[in-house]
Design a binder for this molecule. Structure first.
Ligand SMILES: Cc1cc2nc3c(=O)[nH]c(=O)nc-3n(C[C@H](O)[C@H](O)[C@H](O)COP(=O)(O)OP(=O)(O)OC[C@H]3O[C@@H](n4cnc5c(N)ncnc54)[C@H](O)[C@@H]3O)c2cc1C
Length: 155
């Protein structure tokens, strides 16, 4: 076989290798996490409390009920956001439309401006500048996300 007929297993081996690298990263992160202490709730980024108050008169169309604040730390917010992003990547189509590619790039850009942790948002802007979103296919986007997740967490 000449260079026009590359080994048909080569692409498969490369995909398996990339997947294996990603799994290794997961395991490494998981092991590190197991040794870390649980995130502290002493310094929450934000407190999520319902704006519903049961005591107020029903003069408006909605009732207000005050609930205890649920503190959200940087770690909790990060984990929830990564879960959302990796779920999005898992469902990202093999052959995305032009609109889907545009949407996912805009989403990342919005995240870098509006992420509710200013320090993280600023850092993510730098990460995006150095690693422009790659969303040409399911694999491309999943691997790009995996990579930027590692870059963010290495910091
Ligand atoms: C956009 C963004 C910017 C952030 N910037 C900062 C910052 O500047 N400073 C800061 O302190 N924190 C930042 N964070 C939070 C940080 O990334 C972590 O979410 C947080 O520190 C908690 O880390 P963790 O190790 O518990 O797990 P997380 O990194 O939140 O990951 C959650 C789970 O995802 C899995 N996982 C880990 N790596 C990968 C991977 N590469 N691919 C697939 N799955 C993986 C693991 O099973 C892990 O338990 C940012 C988060 C986001 C979403």
């Amino acid at each position: 076989m000449g260079s026009e007929n590359p080994n048909p297993f080569q692409a498969l081996f490369q995909t398996v290798e990339r997947f294996s690298n990603c799994v290794q990263t997961h395991l490494a992160n998981f092991t590190q996490q197991a040794h870390r202490s649980l995130p502290t709730k002493k310094n929450p980024l934000i407190s999520i409390s319902s704006s519903i108050n049961a005591d107020s008169p029903a003069t408006n169309t909605h009732f207000l009920v005050k609930k205890p604040a649920a503190p959200v730390t940087k770690e909790e917010l990060g984990r929830a956001t990564w879960t959302f992003l990796h779920t999005l990547a898992a469902q990202y189509p093999e052959n995305p439309t032009r609109q889907q590619k545009k949407d996912v790039k805009e989403l990342m850009s919005i995240l870098s401006r509006m992420y509710p942790c200013q320090e993280c948002a600023d850092h993510f802007k730098e990460v995006l500048r150095a690693n422009p979103v790659m969303a040409g296919s399911h694999d491309e986007f999943s691997q790009w996300l995996c990579h930027v997740h590692n870059v963010v967490n290495r910091r």
